[in-house]
Design a binder for this molecule. Structure first.
Ligand code: PLP
Length: 406
């Protein structure tokens, strides 16, 4: 059973006050709060079980290695990735996509080759492709969203030409909340022989994800949005693509043998994990995934769908608020401006005085902001621990803003 009171109790920060008001944390799209079990796991790892992984034969190194390596299987289960060998551990989606750009895309692309992106990508799924544009002369082809903020899979598939080498799309927009039909995109792209990278940073925290069913070639997740520590994450890489990748970073752990003249690499996925990793962060991520899977991703999605409907109705009732993105598949992320009101930064400052934490700005999605013709928005993004009462606090605070600024 989804017990919201118990869940809220599990997150110690939710009982604190901010500016003399109970915290209403609606900046989950940027980073989620951590349950006590994750905080405890981090403490235990440092206080009782800390050593470097993989290399040591002593007891602490063995414990740390077992705990760290155990997370790979948890991520594989969380994503239905088939095998833990398809999971590369990293510091988050930004690293994951940069790795794909360097290790998979760069060696197989030349001037004039194309990458298809949607206009609602986060900079983490744009800038690594600009690197290839700058360095190799690769062409980025953009596919726009429609007026509701929907991305038509057929438009993405139609943008794929003979020179397209990769499609890279988000599963859920961090600005509009649109959930994209990435399964249809993968099917259409594969029919044309083109692999698909899916940015799962936002989606993976809100819904059950099955990378096998989706058919993604690459699927990136980031731990700090999954109620885990910052600096943790992973990318699923389909076996065929994994076999095509050249090593990304060089260093310890990713090698089998090094001589003065030669180097032989470890097997995948270790081949793509050089150096001392985020040991404790990754262990914390494993505990966060256990926590989510125990509650059930279906139950989390159902709670958030109710929350989303409630927030949508209440925001729709404020005719001076413009919510960006009206997709039928919209998840619980609301970016908005206020008619005739002050800048998003001013609104966010007033909300903060009421204890309400939202993000304001361009949300690392400047091409999308240009497309929708908005300079900056406030963004309220929800998590499993948010309640309809908190939506009401947000609405009251917005009404105060309206009074102040109109
Ligand atoms: N992609 C999307 C859609 C995001 O929302 C974010 C973070 O805000 C990222 C990528 C980057 O994630 P990270 O900074 O954790 O690597």
């Amino acid at each position: 059973m989804f017990d919201i009171l118990k869940i809220r109790d599990d997150f110690p920060i939710l009982s604190r006050q901010v500016n003399g008001k109970p915290l209403v944390y609606l900046d989950n799209g940027a980073s989620a709060q951590k349950p006590q079990v994750v905080i405890d796991a981090i403490n235990t790892a440092y206080a009782e079980e800390y050593a470097n992984v993989h290399r040591g034969l002593h007891t602490l190194s063995t414990i740390a290695t077992e705990k760290y390596e155990g997370v790979r299987a948890k991520i594989a289960r969380f994503l239905n990735a088939g095998s833990e060998d398809n999971i590369i551990l990293n510091s988050g989606t930004t690293e994951g996509i940069n790795m794909v750009s360097y290790a998979w895309a760069a060696p197989r692309m030349q001037a004039g080759d194309e990458i298809v992106l949607s206009i609602m990508e986060h900079h983490a799924n744009i800038v690594p492709w600009h690197f290839l544009r700058e360095r190799l002369g690769v062409v980025i082809k953009w596919v726009d969203v429609d007026a509701k903020g929907d991305l038509d899979p057929e438009a993405v598939i139609a943008a794929i030409g003979p020179k397209t080498k990769l499609v890279a799309v988000t599963h859920m927009s961090n600005v509009l909340g649109t959930v994209v039909d990435v399964k249809a995109i993968c099917a259409g792209a594969h029919a044309k022989g083109v692999p698909v990278l899916v940015d799962g940073s936002q989606s993976s925290v809100h819904m059950p994800v099955d990378v096998t069913d989706i058919g993604a070639d690459f699927y990136g997740i980031t731990g700090h949005k999954l109620y885990g520590p910052s600096g943790s994450g992973a990318i699923y890489v389909a076996p065929d693509r994994m076999a095509e990748m050249r090593p990304f970073m060089g260093g310890g752990d990713m090698i089998r043998d090094v001589t003065r003249d030669t180097v032989t690499y470890n097997d995948a996925p270790m081949k793509f994990e050089a150096g001392t990793p985020g040991i404790v962060q990754t262990i914390g991520l494993g505990v966060a995934l256990d926590y989510m899977m125990d509650i059930g991703m279906g139950a989390i999605a159902a709670h958030e769908a109710d929350l989303c409907n409630y927030a949508r109705n209440r925001l729709d009732g404020l005719n001076w608020v413009n919510v960006q993105g009206q997709s039928a598949t919209k998840g619980a992320i609301f970016s908005f401006t206020m008619q005739g009101a002050a800048h998003a930064h001013d609104i966010s400052t007033v909300l903060d005085k009421k204890g309400v934490a939202v993000r304001a700005g361009t949300h690392c999605a400047m091409p999308l902001m240009e497309h929708i013709g908005v300079g900056a928005t406030c963004r309220a993004s929800f998590a499993m621990y948010n309640t309809t009462d908190e939506v009401d606090v947000l609405i009251d605070a917005l009404e105060l803003c309206h009074d102040l600024f109109s």
